[in-house]
Design a protein. Structure first.
Length: 207
């Protein structure tokens, strides 16, 4: 770039930064208790609802609707099997991960972490499927379809029977095999309280 062009570019960049700073300063000067920074706007109820899709382990925020294992099998075949395999087994060349199997492997050198072997709550399955699946069209499935897919994946893992129907009442009651397999970390016993600047031991982990 020619020297004169570099100078013009630098001046332009400086002008943008200065203008932005002045704008924020003016907004701050006009702030009120209802709008402290003077920028942005209050989100609408529809906007909040669109973002408020997380599902708690106890099932809080699960929507109305229901889905059966049989319905889930059909939806899985048309929407999920291309990435996860016909029965959720995954495999070489599959974009999606393995969803079934792996029970009894978590304590081995080669743990297989699947919905059936690793996930502690069935409600997490609904949350994830609704939020992120299918990969090419996340959040496109209806609540009934998500319940159905959840029922089918749980059935593939032998967790619910063939005639199971999942809804906001039945899904939280599903007992996952690894429900009690997670232990909270005691950070108080792991964290160091003495300042160290040189030759320090690891902050966490076995000593």
């Amino acid at each position: 770039m020619l020297p004169e062009l570099k100078t013009v570019a630098a001046l332009a960049a400086g002008f943008v930064v200065a203008s932005t700073a002045v704008g924020f300063a003016q907004s701050a000067a006009k702030s009120t208790p209802d709008q402290p920074l003077g920028i942005g706007s209050k989100p609408s109820a529809d906007l909040v609802k669109a973002w408020n899709i997380d599902i708690s382990p106890d099932g809080q925020n699960l929507p109305d609707g229901s889905g059966s294992v049989a319905d889930g099998k059909e939806i899985f075949a048309s929407t999920c099997a291309a990435c996860h395999g016909e029965t959720g087994e995954g495999g070489e060349g599959m974009v999606g991960g393995r969803l079934v199997g792996g029970k009894g492997t978590l304590a081995t050198n080669k743990p297989v972490k699947t919905v059936g072997s690793y996930w502690p709550y069935a409600t997490t399955l609904y949350d994830y499927v609704h939020r992120a699946m299918p990969f090419n069209a996340p959040q496109s499935l209806t609540p009934d379809q998500v319940y159905a897919v959840s029922a089918y994946v749980l059935n593939l893992n032998g967790i619910v029977p063939d005639d199971a129907v999942m809804d906001k009442n039945t899904l939280p009651k599903v007992e996952m095999p690894n429900r009690d397999g997670f232990e909270p970390m005691d950070t108080k016993t792991l964290a160091k309280t003495t300042a160290c600047m040189e030759g320090c031991e690891p902050l966490v982990g076995p000593q």
